[in-house]
Write a protein that binds this ligand. Structure first.
Ligand code: OAD
Length: 238
């Protein structure tokens, strides 16, 4: 048996893990969805109606990443991956880059990445740290006005689902961190894991999420406290 007592670990993260780094969550009081209408900034229709507004919204979020750093919760997950002899996969709904900056390597951004843009004309995806406007030109195909954030908006398919579903089916520990359990398919992962019947399930969140009752173990508190403490318990086999 591994030191953690588990072989294959899947960790799902949401906006709550980045809250103490200074990034807004979505549904908390003062969250992003209380500041802007998600139909305007996070749907294909909103983008079709006003691409300049949507690009500007994402430019501001992208610029905001330069002002924040990973917190102890991100660091603890990177340490878990480094020290655990088995598999650790982090599946994040977050579009920030704080997991990779903390050192997580086996990571799937199921809702995409703010630091990438995609050309709707040729499909090329590339890294972008600056602003994108309706006048920006794709470096690959030369078309202007076809670049969009490489993020998943409402009514679009999340990324990496085949790999995620395979990992959920074989994991023996599923940990959900800092997510309200409102957005599917991520909100359904705990039920999927329970149906497979072999994994221990744990929620680490500031408060009980919508799906809290589905978890075998629930620990509530700020991510920067509860995640390092839980990882330390795992690595010490207790
Ligand atoms: P939400 O804003 O819905 O939920 C954030 C969760 O984090 C809440 O349950 C909070 O209680 C919890 N939380 C807040 N601060 C915390 C802290 N310091 N420590 C631990 N937990 C804390 O964000 P998500 O569940 O990530 O999708 O939202 C899921 C998706 O909805 C997002 O990826 C985004 C959004 O619309 C798209 O845009 C497609």
């Amino acid at each position: 048996m591994r030191a953690t007592g588990f072989e294959r670990i899947v960790v799902l993260t949401g906006a709550g893990i980045s809250a103490e780094s200074g990034l807004d969550t979505f549904r908390d009081e003062d969250g992003l969805w209380s500041q802007v209408d998600l139909e305007d900034v996070a749907t294909p229709d909103g983008y079709a109606r006003d691409p300049a507004y949507v690009l500007d919204f994402h430019n501001k979020l992208r610029a905001g990443l330069r002002r924040v750093d990973p917190n102890p919760a991100h660091a603890a997950l990177a340490e878990l991956e480094r020290r655990h002899a088995g598999e650790v996969l982090v599946v994040t709904q977050n579009v920030d880059d704080l997991h990779e900056r903390a050192g997580s390597g086996n990571l799937i951004h199921m809702h995409g990445e703010l630091l990438k843009i995609r050309c709707q004309a040729c499909g090329t995806v590339r890294t972008e740290t600056g602003d994108v406007t309706t006048g920006s030109t794709c470096a690959a195909c030369g078309q202007t006005g076809r670049l969009r954030p490489h993020v998943v908006w409402f009514h679009e398919m999340p990324m990496g689902m085949d790999e995620i579903n395979a990992a959920l089916a074989r994991c023996d520990l599923f940990i959900s961190i800092g997510t309200s359990g409102n957005v599917y398919p991520a909100a359904g992962f705990v039920a999927d894991v329970r149906r497979a019947g072999r994994a221990h399930t744990v929620e680490l969140n500031l408060e009980p999420s919508e799906s809290a009752s589905l978890f075998a173990e629930r620990i509530h508190g700020p991510a920067s406290d509860v995640v390092p403490a839980y990882v330390s318990r795992l690595l010490n086999g207790i």
